[in-house]
Design a protein. Structure first.
Length: 211
């Protein structure tokens, strides 16, 4: 292809598949699907790969056509998800990449530094380099910090970090909810958040009790 696949997402076998099917899929160099941002042409590119590593589908979503980065990204995500359902193995967000021992948030690759009240998103890029992005609860609030870390993890890109030259970010902080809802589903995402909210409240209550 001559280009690296940015912001790639694993397509893992459905949890209902047998262990043999899971093993066979891993041996076949798991299908991947991804969205990358082309800064020069101001567009999102969606590339879906087959088992042989060759492009199965390629489609672009330009900022100019859809009016904004946010709308272009939404269209790219929607098209990818619809195409994935029709043509690739069912996608699962439950087990994807880094599993940390101190991760108790129910979201792979996202954990909370309880003492510092910071959510951290972790992921590997195309060069196998570990990346991190932190979001302070004091600055964003607990829920938004959690969803910003979650959205960053899903996109595997620092989507809320401002570009030094343009002073712009791919997405505004409050758009973190849209990214998660679009990919996970609002109902499921809110269920995960309610569980995390209770966990954080229990931690904070325990800290107050020691003071």
């Amino acid at each position: 292809m001559g280009e690296k696949l940015g912001n790639s997402f694993e397509v893992t076998p459905d949890t209902k598949n047998s262990k043999a099917e899971v093993s066979e899929q891993k041996e076949k160099n798991e299908n991947m699907f991804g969205i990358s941002w082309d800064e020069g042409r101001k567009r999102f590119m969606v590339r879906l790969l087959n088992d042989g590593g060759k492009p199965l589908f390629v489609k672009q979503f330009s900022q100019g056509r859809y009016g904004s980065k946010e709308k272009a990204l939404r269209e790219a995500i929607h098209w990818r998800n619809e195409t994935c359902q029709d043509n690739l193995i069912p996608c699962s967000w439950i087990r994807d990449g880094i599993e940390l021992k101190n991760n108790k948030t129910s979201v792979p690759g996202v954990y909370r530094k309880d003492k510092k009240k910071i959510y951290v998103a972790t992921w590997y890029d195309d060069n196998r380099k570990l990346n991190r992005a932190e979001f302070s609860e004091n600055k964003w609030g607990v829920k938004q910090a959690f969803f910003m870390a979650w959205a960053t993890r899903l996109m595997k890109n620092k989507i809320f970090k401002k570009n030094k030259e343009t002073k712009e970010s791919i997405l505004e902080p409050e758009q973190c909810f849209d990214v998660v809802y679009d990919q996970i589903g609002k109902e499921m995402a809110e269920e995960v958040w309610e569980k995390e909210k209770r966990r954080v409240e229990e931690i904070e209550e325990g800290v107050e009790g020691l003071e």
